[in-house]
Design a protein around this ligand. Sequence first.
Ligand code: DC
Length: 208
Amino acid sequence: MIIAIDGPAAAGKGTLSRRIAADYGFHHLDTGLTYRATAKALLDAALPLDNEPVAEKMALEVELAGLDRSVLSAHEIGEAASKIAVMPSVRRALVEAQRAFAARKPGTVLDGRDIGTVVCPDAPVKLYVTASAEVRARRRFDEMVGNGFPADYLSVLADIQKRDERDMGRADSPLRPAEDAHLLDTSEMSIEAAFLAAKALIDAALNK
Ligand code: DC
C-alpha cells in the first residue's frame, strides 16, 4: 500500500504526510530530504553544484536511515537541492532508493514532487497538495518568525516563486499532478481540515 503525495514547496505536504503515516501506521519518507542530503554533502565538501558526475556520486551514498530533517531544513540547502534535482543521474540514484523504501510493509507514505508521476506511478492513492504562492509564502514567513529568524515576506514570496519555476520547469520529472491525483488546495484550510479531507480521499480509495 503506497500513498503518494506531491506538491510545491511549503504547501503543507510534509506535515500532512507525517500525520497520515502516523494515522495509518505506515512508514513515511520525505523524498525532498534525499535531494537535500545530496546537496548538503556537496556544500560541506565545498564541491560545485553543477558537476553531474560528482553530484551523482553523492546521491548514491545517501543513507535513508540517516536523514535528519532538523539539519537539512536550512534554506540554502533547499535552494541547492532544487538546483541538483534537475540532473537526471542524481534523480535516477535517488529514485531507486525511494522505490525500495516504498515497498516496505505494511505500507508507506512518500511525499515529494514526482511520486505520483515517476517514483510510484502505480500508487493506489495520489494526492496533489497545493496552495497559492502568497499563502505558502505567508506560512513559511510565519514559521521563520515563530522560530526567531528575522524574515522579509516579499523575499520569501520571491524565493517560493523561483523554486516553483525551477521545480515545474525542469525537463526531467517536472512537478505536476499525476492524471489520477486528487487535488487538495489548502489555501483556505487549516492543517486539521486538510488532514480530514485527505483521510476521506484515502479511505474512499482504499475501500474501492
Ligand atoms: O520538498 P523540499 O523543499 O524538501 O525539496 C527540496 C528540493 O528537492 C525541491 O526544490 C526539488 C527537489 N525534489 C525533487 O526534485 N523531487 C522530489 N521528489 C522531492 C524534492
